[in-house]
Design a protein around this ligand. Structure first.
Ligand code: NAP
Length: 683
């Protein structure tokens, strides 16, 4: 038996008392002793704030994304050690894959999002700047920066690796240090995970600490810059979020709690359809993966009353094909629960459900194990005798348990799904898009995610129970009211948004992006001759002019085949309420603008890879004279690539200085020779 250590204040801490003994889920033998005895929680919080926080905040989003990538790859390389331990939680190899490789996958997913969607800086501009003065001299922008606190995670026992990692990824990317508190029954696996991370040396000191055992008075040391991310039961969430210090000091608190997730068989998905078969397979899978110990597992199985017998029989038949037994055996489809306490709790919940439900199936053969020594529970499918019985919609049996609930018509299905009081996810099985849309929109307000399945997604749907890093994980009401992941949404909890007001020049300095109305520097020659490193935000070019003729418009129509009436039909264009006469193609305006601003010779600008935010603000008529303002707006270095990305603010104006087209031109610009992987100058 191992005495688990915590990792606090840069060192491993062994408790002086044995603490709570946790047992092997299959054999019942002691595995680990868990205690946080002796930890100075105030000093642990201070260490995160004073050591980890500054180290992370001194790096850019891209540098943090690189840390996440390195960490994800490291964990994948070291995964077998974690798999070996995971069996003691009752998990099969497949269950552990979700936990271990799924967790590493979240790190890699956030690494990629950070690199692609965040600037290579320390501040994040949210939305577009607001112009507050008529002459543009006073503007505002919402800017998010890393909070100066610590992200404390309190995790549930069912995902000892994925749980901490899905919280760590957005916190780290945002620039906040983390303290992980694993649930005691599976803390031995989280301890091994953190040991693996610490030994890799990838993260800066103080970025990650671990508390195995009780969190003592840790919450008393938190303040307004800190964050608590909780996953666990609704009852614990309710107790922790009411902690006087958290309430008194407005500590951000995000809860992911249990929920009574539904799978809804649409009325059109009658027995014999592909959708019916997919529904049956998914219900059985959700009941048995991780032995049903998933917050997203299907608990309520909503079926049209006319099809309940067929559905019950088909699910029972599928369940009977799942081999239950030793999770270490590769032939095993379902292992055990995490521990006998958890098994007894699930059994008690089944007993409560049975006050309003009959049993469809609740027994199985246990292969190669002693079910009395381990935390085994047979897959249990119930049928509600009263579809509205509160116990059916409020009792979470956290194990391989689901209850069939009958309904008549989509409106009743929607109402019954809502009786769960707020859930993480619901699935709809229907081949009729109108029916699926009616149910999906009906239940949306009660759910964080809705997963809609028809025959066309048979081999591509990602599954009812799989939260994905790019999608929101959370749900209203009973599900805790929190939001995790959801791509960059997940960073918001760790960032403070501030509305900055000031001149365009000072906001350019704060945001690290040229703001509308800020000074343009048009005295540095053609900006396309400057390397990435020499280009300053605001470096600008005011081009020469070009008058658009009817011949230009007709030649463009001829070469592209775009003969839209507004460009080619004098009479119809004159009758148009928008144009009142022939106008140049918008794409012609863009092309003429490019002709005005490009520098034709080979140089630092390597390529134009797109245009963002393009708007044609006013028509361009034959005889109009166009000029372009091109201004270096945003620079993003691509580490080691030899170039960076430069977005140019382009404003095309006519002879009256009216903007006819506005957009961002996206280019790749080479670094100076020898810098950032750029080739040395050729002699
Ligand atoms: P739990 O009993 O509520 O415990 C959750 C966490 O809270 C554990 O780390 C636990 O630590 C800690 N905790 C309990 N009481 C505490 C207190 N007074 N002060 C500080 N920390 C305290 O839940 P669980 O049994 O571990 O997990 C199962 C539940 O989690 C299920 O209901 C499931 O639906 C839910 N869950 C939800 C999600 C989601 O994302 N929404 C994901 C997974 C699981 P100790 O273990 O040391 O007591």
């Amino acid at each position: 038996m191992r005495i688990l250590e915590s990792h606090v204040q840069g060192t491993w801490h062994a408790p002086s008392v044995e603490g709570i003994v946790t047992r092997h889920a299959v054999t019942g033998r002691p595995v680990a002793a868990v205690s946080s005895d002796g930890i100075d929680f105030g000093a642990t919080v201070t260490y995160a704030r004073d050591v980890g926080g500054p180290a992370l905040r001194s790096t850019t989003f891209h540098e943090r994304a690189a840390l996440l990538k390195a960490l994800g790859q490291h964990l994948l390389a070291e995964k077998e050690g974690l798999y070996a331990l995971s069996t003691a939680t009752g998990a099969t190899r497949n269950d552990s894959w979700i936990d271990i490789e799924g967790g590493a996958g979240v790190l890699l997913g956030y690494a990629s999002k950070g690199r692609r969607e965040l600037p290579d800086g320390q501040v994040l501009l949210e939305g577009e700047p607001e112009v507050l003065a008529r002459d543009g001299s006073f503007i505002a922008a919402h800017v998010a920066t890393a909070r100066h606190g610590v992200a404390v995670q309190v995790n549930a026992y069912n995902f000892p690796c994925w749980g901490p990692l899905e919280k760590l990824a957005p916190a780290l990317l945002a620039g906040m240090p983390t303290i992980i508190k694993p649930a005691t029954p599976t803390a031995f696996l989280t301890e091994a995970l953190v040991r693996c991370i610490v030994e890799s040396g990838i993260l800066p000191d103080g970025a990650l600490q671990l508390v195995c055992g009780s969190i003592g008075d840790l919450f008393d040391h938190l303040g307004g810059q800190d964050h608590v991310g909780f996953t666990g039961s609704a009852a614990t969430a309710a107790a922790l979020r009411a902690h006087p210090n958290l309430v008194g000091r407005s500590v951000r608190f995000n809860a992911e709690a249990d929920s009574l997730n539904a799978a809804i068989l649409g009325p059109s998905a009658i027995p014999g359809t592909t959708e019916f078969d997919l529904f049956v397979a998914e219900v059985a899978r959700e009941m048995t993966v991780k032995a049903g110990q998933k917050c997203t597992a299907i608990r309520r199985v909503l079926v049209p009353a006319v099809h309940v017998d067929a559905a019950a029989e088909a699910i029972a038949t599928t369940l009977s094909g799942t081999r239950v037994g030793d999770p270490a055996d590769e032939a095993t489809g379902m292992g055990s629960l995490v521990g006998t306490t958890q098994r007894d709790e699930a059994a008690a919940a089944i007993a409560a459900l049975r006050t309003a439900a009959s049993v469809v199936v609740d027994s199985c053969t246990f292969h190669d194990v002693d079910p009395t020594a381990g935390a085994f529970l047979a897959p249990t499918l119930l049928l509600a005798t009263d579809s509205e019985a509160p116990v059916v919609h409020a009792t979470e049996a956290f194990g391989p348990v689901a209850t069939l609930v009958t309904y008549d018509g989509p409106d009743e299905a929607v109402r019954l799904a809502g009786l769960g009081g707020g859930s993480l996810v619901a699935s709809i099985y229907s081949g009729d898009p109108d029916e699926a849309a009616t149910i999906a929109l009906g239940i949306a307000a009660h759910h964080g995610r809705v997963h809609i399945v028809d025959a066309s997604v048979t081999s591509t749907s990602t599954g009812h129970g799989s939260p994905l890093p790019m999608l929101l994980h959370g749900g209203p009401g009973r599900a805790g009211g929190g939001e995790e992941m959801g791509g960059l949404r997940g960073l918001r909890q760790h960032l403070q948004t501030t509305a900055f007001q000031g001149s365009p020049d000072v906001l350019t300095r704060i945001v690290g992006q040229w703001m509308p109305g800020a000074t343009r520097h048009a005295d540095r020659g053609h900006p396309f001759k400057l390397h990435f490193d020499d280009l300053e935000l605001g470096t600008a070019l005011r081009t020469g002019s070009r008058t658009v003729s009817i011949a230009d418009i007709e030649a463009f129509a001829e070469s592209t085949g775009d003969h839209f009436y507004a460009h080619m039909d004098e009479k119809a264009a004159a009758a148009s309420p928008i144009f009142g006469g022939r106008v140049a193609h918008g794409y012609l305006v863009l092309s003429l603008a490019a002709g005005l601003f490009v520098w034709p010779d080979p140089g630092p600008v390597l390529a134009n890879y797109g245009i963002d935010r393009c708007r044609f603000a006013k028509p361009t008529y034959p005889g109009d004279t166009l000029t372009v303002w091109l201004t270096a707006k945003r620079k993003t270095l691509r580490a080691g690539a030899g170039y960076g990305e430069v977005a140019w603010d382009a404003q095309v104006v006519n002879q009256d200085d009216e903007v006819v087209a506005a957009y961002d031109v996206l280019t790749m610009v080479a670094n100076r020779p020898g810098l950032n992987g750029a080739p040395d100058e050729v002699a």
